[in-house]
Design a binder for this molecule. Sequence first.
Ligand code: ADP
Length: 865
Amino acid sequence: MNNEIEAAFSREEFVKLLDENNQLKNQLLVLEAKCSSLEESLNHKNNLFMDAPAGICLLEGPEHVYKFVNPIYYKLIGGREVIGKSIREALPELEGQGIYELLDNVYKTGKPFIGNEIQIQLEIEGYLTDIYFNFIYQPSYDSKKNINGVSVFCFDVTDQAISRQKTEHLSEQLKIANDILKENEKRLDLKVKERTAELERERKTLYDLFYNAPATICVFRGPEHIYEFVNPNYKSLYSDRQLLGLPIRATAPELEGQGFFELLDNVYNKSEPFIGNESKVTLKNNDGNYSEYYFNFIYQPIIDNNNQVTGITVFAFNVTEQVIARNRLENLNKELQVSENKYRSLAESLETTVENRTNDLLIANKEIEYQRNKLENLFMNAPASICSLSGAEHTFIFTNNTYKTLFGNRNVIGKTVREAMHELDGQGFFELLDKVYNTGEPFIGNEVPIQLNPNNTGSPVLKYLNFIYQPVYDLDNKIEGISVFTFDITEQVLARQRAEKLTEQIEKEKKALKESEETFRVLAETIPNLVWTANPDGYVDYYNQKFLDFVGLSIEEIRGWGWKSFIHPEDLESTVVSWTHAIQTGELYQTEYRFKKAEDGKYYWFIGRALPLYDENKNIVKWFGACTEIEEQKQVEQELENTNKELERFNYIASHDLQSPLRTISSYSKLLQRRYENKLDQNANDFLEIIINASINMKNLIDDLLSFSRVGKQGITYREVRLNDVIKDILKTNKTSIDENNALITHDDLPVIKAEYTHIFQIYQNLISNAIKYRSSNISPVITLSVKQNNNKWVFSVSDNGIGIEEKYFNHIFELFKRLHNKDEYSGSGIGLATVKKIIDMYDEKIWVESEYGKGTTFFFTFPI
Ligand code: ADP
């Protein structure tokens, strides 16, 4: 072949041509290399373009034919194949939405259009869907600076738009973004005009697009993520920090620990993109403070022809405002929820409160109702009589129950007082009512007597009333009636009147008492006795002057119990005992004691007696005491006692000494009678007989006297005495006389007592022999010996059916030598009962007689059980 060419050209021409050829080849190689570098550059831009998070497309010609769409745009239009189609063919649903016209306008005028939150209805998966866009329609030019198309840069801002609609903030943010876009558009316009080469222009356009995009964009190179490109949005995050040519770790050390370095490393090493959503970034400001941002971002690995990762593209959208807005919204919502909950619970609690209040009200209503009823009840049954009168004629319009009780159950309602209560006529009440009605002055009546005749029968009843006439006024302040409150105080008035009378009487009695006290005092002071008075408790409160003079003490010295000072010490105990007994029992106080006379310092005997004075309730109010001097009497008694003792001595001696001559007389008289009876004449014999009898009587008398005077001489030697045995012995001793008189003697089973046998024998012997002796002449004696128990005493009795004793002699028969009959009727000495009494006295016991004259006699005597 070379040979053929060599043949056609000269060698020089051929060499020249070959040289030229080589030069061309080299040029071609250079061009090829340039081309390849340009292509690589274009590819790189294309990659950026293709991977950008914004929807990007290029429309060509006046019909806006799709020449290029990036994947996001493709996705935005619902994955429809649009390349080669005009926009009207590709997106027919935009008809009528103004988009075509906008594009036409940009194409015609060369003025770019920036749409902000433009709402467009797009058909996605068969449905028309509302989508909000921010977009830029940017005219593109050919080399001759003629418009040949429109580039579209759009962002789906549906979320933001909705957020914006919710928050005012976002709209402002977008407005700023729009302003920036407008600014960018101007700059872009300028730069585009400067470009001549279409590729360069395209590249520049894209670069500017990135540079000025409202997104935050940067490009890292190498595994160290060295900044190769940052757009102003990105740069502004770091203020005036130097970024380009430096690794991110060096420029933004504050990101350490926030996970971004590791993410970048990961994207770089694994060649996998990373999409971050609303990630929080904390960056340091110039002033040293930190700011928080939220970003949606994509870390997109840059892959070269050899499929090697050489860097990372970062597209980030600052969504701080939205996040804050949303957070605020959420917070607001939460707050709303909280306040809604609060409101609900408030409403609920309000409901409960209302319910409770309703219940309370119901209860309160009931209570009020109850109270009202109670009040009405109270009013109706008030202790006051209440009535209500109307008009000048005082017509009854109301009366309560008590009113009816007082004034009678007459039919008064509707009647005037003058009609309803005739009996009050002339008692002044009507006139009083008239006066109250006419003057308006209330009237208070106090204890006013009234004659009432409720049933108009019989005689009227007197009552006493307290009452009030109270005028009642109408709304015009005119008197329209009178209300009357009346209290029936008849009982109180009568009671008071009774009390007054009683007081008067008491006063009188007091006066009388005072007078009688005065009289008593005068009397007490004038009588010769010593007089005193004492309180019921024994406190002596008064001595008469004679008393004070006698003891020589003042009333102050001996008032109360001071009398102990002038009483004889030996009499003190017995006096205290009997005085205490008297004031405890109210029994008559009687005692004998000796008082020391101040005048001579000697003691004198007194007999003191006191009687209690009772009130109407039988309570002792006073003791009145008097002391009578018995010194003389005491002396006489003493003398008598002495005489008696002497007499007794004489008695004993005489009877004892007389026994012997008497025995001589008796013996010789009997001897004389026996020996000389026949030798003496009748008279002498009779005289002899008298002497013998007289000496027998004398002997009996002396025996009785001796036994009487022997009683008590030796004192008592107590032994157990079986009374049944005593009776047996007596029946034996008296057998002859019992038989002669045909007497019947019966006895109870008698007890054993402590005494001296001879004493008991003497008692029964005297009583039984008397019962036989003083028998009735016509019936046989029947004698009964009985015993009864009375407290701690045996009460023995000896009863007969004999002649009896007149009551006036009951006490006398126990006196020595006392006889009720002469010796012719009944023999005896009058010493027997005196002896019995003397024995009983010795035992400190009692003997007494009960008898019915002519029917029989019973003697009683006691012994301790
Ligand atoms: P006399 O020795 O006279 O019986 P008494 O002292 O025994 O003396 O009695 C005194 C008087 O009491 C008697 O004189 C007698 O009049 C009267 N008298 C005693 N016992 C009875 C009796 N059982 N019935 C009636 N009179 C009696």
